[in-house]
Design a protein around this ligand. Structure first.
Ligand SMILES: [Zn+2]
Length: 288
């Protein structure tokens, strides 16, 4: 191998040497022959030594005969630490998973957007919660902020006048309660379903103290869908400052399945604006 590579060189160099010597006519033939022989030996020795030196480190001993002399074997053998490939990019450049990208909105503003990308601080709790009258509370004590409660009482009166008795199934829910609520849905139906029907803690409009899940006797949550009470609520809630946050057919926009029972108080002016805009509440609040 190494022999076949170096075998061509002596001949070439030898030829040149002979050529030069041939121009120097006056030298005795014996001396010339000795000189040629000596020169050839030295050249052969040098080349063989050089070839075996590079061959040691290159590992190219198996290269096929006739392969070009120079390219492969010279560069690799003496690789120093400075020539090693660069290390991979620093890990700090990778995107961080988890809650990054979620906006924490101001506590106390009843018009903040709350969806999968916006949440309240965990310790955000309205300072002025008041208890709802027992005769409209279904399933235990209920709490709302005063302005929302006043508006709700007006709404319930109007419903009653139209022949519908609406009740409150759920109202203010703290971060901790929402944590349990969401976990319950996950344990019952799995996370994918829970994320369509229940907000993660901090993301719930119920934490504002202005949001209500209404129902009628015997018709709460899913059983409320398609009832005359649900139709009445969809048509009239805005007149009392409430908006159905998750209307039918808007799951792609709101992030939640249709919930005709879930209404959020935003004040009469904003509610009228939202109603006439044709936008979902989420779209409206994000554009503010
Ligand atoms: Zn709700």
């Amino acid at each position: 191998m190494a022999g076949s590579k170096s075998g061509a060189r002596p001949t070439r160099r030898n030829g040149r040497t002979v050529g030069r010597a041939g121009n120097s006519g006056p030298w005795p033939k014996v001396f010339l022959a000795a000189l040629v022989s000596l020169t050839a030996s030295i050249v052969v020795l040098v080349l063989v030594a050089a070839d075996s030196f590079t061959g040691d480190g290159s590992g190219s001993g198996g290269a096929p005969a006739g392969e070009p002399d120079t390219p492969v074997s010279v560069a690799t053998p003496s690789a120093t630490p400075g020539e090693l490939p660069s290390p991979p990019p620093a890990s700090t450049e990778r995107p961080t998973p988890g809650p990054d990208g979620i906006v924490v909105v101001a506590c106390g503003d009843i018009l903040v957007p709350l969806d999968k990308q916006h949440r309240l601080p965990a310790d955000c709790e309205p300072p002025d919660l008041v208890r709802l009258p027992d005769d409209i509370s279904h399933g235990g004590a209920q709490y709302l902020r005063p302005e929302a409660l006043d508006a709700l009482l007006s709404l319930l009166d109007a419903a009653r006048r139209d022949g519908y008795e609406l009740l409150v199934n759920s109202s203010y829910r703290s971060y901790a309660v929402q944590e349990q609520t969401y976990a319950t849905w996950v344990s019952l139906y799995g996370q994918e379903y829970a994320d369509r029907t229940s907000a993660r803690p901090g993301h719930s409009e119920h934490q504002l103290g202005t949001t209500v899940d209404v129902g009628a006797r015997g018709r709460f949550l899913e059983d409320f869908v398609g009832t005359p009470e649900a139709d009445w609520l969809a048509e009239n809630a805005w007149k009392y400052g409430f908006i159905v946050s998750y209307p039918e057919g808007k799951e792609r926009i709101t992030g939640y399945a249709y919930e005709p029972w879930h209404i959020r108080y935003v004040g009469p002016d904003v509610a009228a604006d939202v109603h006439h805009s044709g936008l979902t509440l989420r779209e409206y609040l994000l554009k503010r």
